[in-house]
Write a protein that binds this ligand. Structure first.
Ligand SMILES: [Fe+2]
Ligand SMILES: [Fe+2]
Length: 291
């Protein structure tokens, strides 16, 4: 049996295999039900008061920039829509499943900061190139895709800690891409593992594509390629600028066609990078809201 299959089997067997809270499944079901209303969706979330409190804080944060405070979930669902609230609930649930405290040799706080900053970065890059893009996306899905792009690492690190840390060290010592040393040491990588997990969690297809292909955007399904490219670029910027720590010492390769494909020229790059750096300062605030 090959090593990737081994890890997949171990992941399946782990008794504490990360599942998202039942509330997320209920939200997915409600989203598909034409009889759902803002108040029926709000009632599902109210069953989990800490989730409810976090969602309200997030929708009122600078990230969503609402013009007047949203004080109830009914209003949040009515304003932002079912899908947005489900995406925000999913971010919150993933964060809560893994928390901010990890083992001493892996700085999970810095890791989350990387993930949240990529979520912010995807929004920044999207705003810049929106006129040139074929598809429109909500802030919530852009943020969720960025936040979860490296979700495979969040699973590999605690459950295969020794092997994973060996891959992280090999990447640091050899100045190699972490994805490469993961493959060598574990027989799989965070993109593949994240894909298995995301499928288990019923994540939206475009979010799954980002998780699977953010290092290799031209392998993505053509209909989701733009979103994957946005995450590819945002991830590169956050690594380059050392915002948080995604585990790579050197920024992962940027595909040479990525900027042009998004309709941006070389001249636009410094200002996009500056804006990602500036706006990512809010990652501390978001980290506090999720945690
Ligand atoms: Fe990655
Ligand atoms: Fe990353």
């Amino acid at each position: 049996m090959d090593k990737a299959q081994d890890i997949r089997d171990s992941l399946e067997k782990l008794r504490n295999l990360p599942t998202l809270p039942a509330i997320i499944q209920k939200l997915h079901v409600a989203m598909l039900d034409p009889a759902s209303s803002a108040s029926s969706v709000a009632r599902i979330i109210e069953d989990d008061p800490s989730m409810m409190a976090r969602i309200l804080k997030i929708v009122n944060s600078a990230m969503y920039g609402t013009w007047e405070p949203i004080v109830s979930l009914d209003l949040a669902v009515a304003r932002l829509g079912f899908a947005a609230i489900t995406n925000i609930a999913t971010s919150t649930a993933v964060f809560r499943t893994y928390g901010r405290d990890g083992q001493a040799d892996f700085d999970r706080q810095a890791f989350w900061r990387h993930c949240i900053s990529v979520g912010i970065g995807v929004n920044v890059v999207y705003e810049r190139c929106k006129p040139q893009l074929a598809r429109r996306h909500g802030k919530d899905v852009l943020h969720l895709a960025g936040l979860l792009h490296d979700v495979g690492k969040i699973v590999l690190e605690p459950h295969f800690h020794l092997e994973y840390m060996a891959a992280v060290l090999a990447a640091r010592d050899g100045r190699l891409p972490l994805q490469k040393t993961e493959r060598e040491g574990l027989g799989t990588d965070h993109c593949e593992v994240g894909g298995w997990l995301g499928a288990r969690w019923n994540l939206a297809p475009e979010v799954l594509q980002v998780i699977q292909w953010h290092h290799d955007p031209y392998q993505a399904d053509p209909q989701h390629q733009e979103l994957v490219l946005l995450a590819h670029v945002a991830n590169h910027i956050c690594n380059l600028e050392k915002i948080g720590d995604g585990g790579d010492l050197a920024a992962p390769d940027l595909h040479p066609k990525a900027w042009a494909q998004l309709g941006l020229s070389e001249r636009d790059v410094p200002s996009v990078v500056d804006e990602v750096v500036e706006r990512s300062k809010a990652s501390e605030v978001l980290l506090a809201l999720y945690g």
